[in-house]
Design a protein around this ligand. Sequence first.
Ligand SMILES: *Cc1c(COP(=O)(O)O)cnc(C)c1O
Length: 368
Amino acid sequence: MTENRIFNFNAGPSALPLTVLKEIQASFLNFKGSGMSITEISHRSGLFDEVINDTVARTRRLFNIDEKYHVLFIQGGASLQFAMIPMNFLGKDAAADYVNTGTWSTKAIKEAKLLEKKVNVAASSEDKNFCYIPQNIEFNKDAKYVHITSNNTIKGTQWHKFPDTNGVPIVSDMSSDIFSRPLEMDKFGMIYAGAQKNMGPAGVCMVILRDDMLKLSEELLQSENKTLPNMLRYNTYSSQNSMYNTPNCFGIYTIQLVIKWIEEDMGGLAKMESHNQEKGKMLYDFIDNSNFYRATADRDSRSLMNVTFRLPSEELEKEFISQATKSGLGGLKGHRSVGGCRASIYNATTMEGIAALINFMKSFATGK
Ligand SMILES: *Cc1c(COP(=O)(O)O)cnc(C)c1O
């Protein structure tokens, strides 16, 4: 621990790399010689243009994609995307496939249905309380898209291999694992992520949208002779570099620094992935070898970002969380809807943090 900071295992908002926080702090009062902070400069200034353009360029470099993919910054969180996706891509008769792997997928499905869109739940893991990722799914080949949640923040599961959809574009909610690993981007028509898990502060959602999806959305509006409110239409963002209105400048700036850290300090997404695998293995191995702690997700579906586990009783879980907090390990309480414990170990969590957590878990179990 440095500078009175705790080991932060919060699920979101969550830990950011210390070097990024220090850089924000150091440049806060006088951003790049402007005599103003990033929260005070104009979003129409050259200084901010540099921030947003560099964030887009770094995102494209990290995912190995070109201008065919639009990188957008939208407010309203991942939750607004649950509505914008069906609004922009589904016409009167068109349908989409959704895979239900937990709380956030369920919300995405509900939102599409609320808009009276045709939603087909192609697979679900609800039968076993969402402890696994469904395999061998039959998708509808006429679906406009297949919606999945790549990492299930609350249930602690993650897609380790993305499904074969017969060419139907995948739209993935990657709120809690974006930038944690390289992606085969050809499979994805769109990915989106609220920033506050793995890349920045709350208040901005990154959307990476492929050109054909943007076209699909514009053709749909034309063919149905409809319009959408400007703020709910992807074209508004792609045609104006996400600056139709004032974007979350501070949020975008933080994302820029986080992905610069991934590129320059961590060495890119493949290295980031190995680091995350190493951290996850260390923690899961410890849990598996213990007869006190029990992991809740099926082995082949376990998340490398959110490690969910139980203790022998709810009383012990309460005591565990409270003693951990006193020992400088924060955020270990499971989501209120599922109980238990959860260690969120996003990109910014260090090996040192994992070691400290395991040490604490060892001594807590020994004392019981
Ligand atoms: C946190 C989370 C959301 C909700 O994000 P908001 O930005 O708060 O709307 C959606 N999906 C997943 C996977 C999440 O982890």
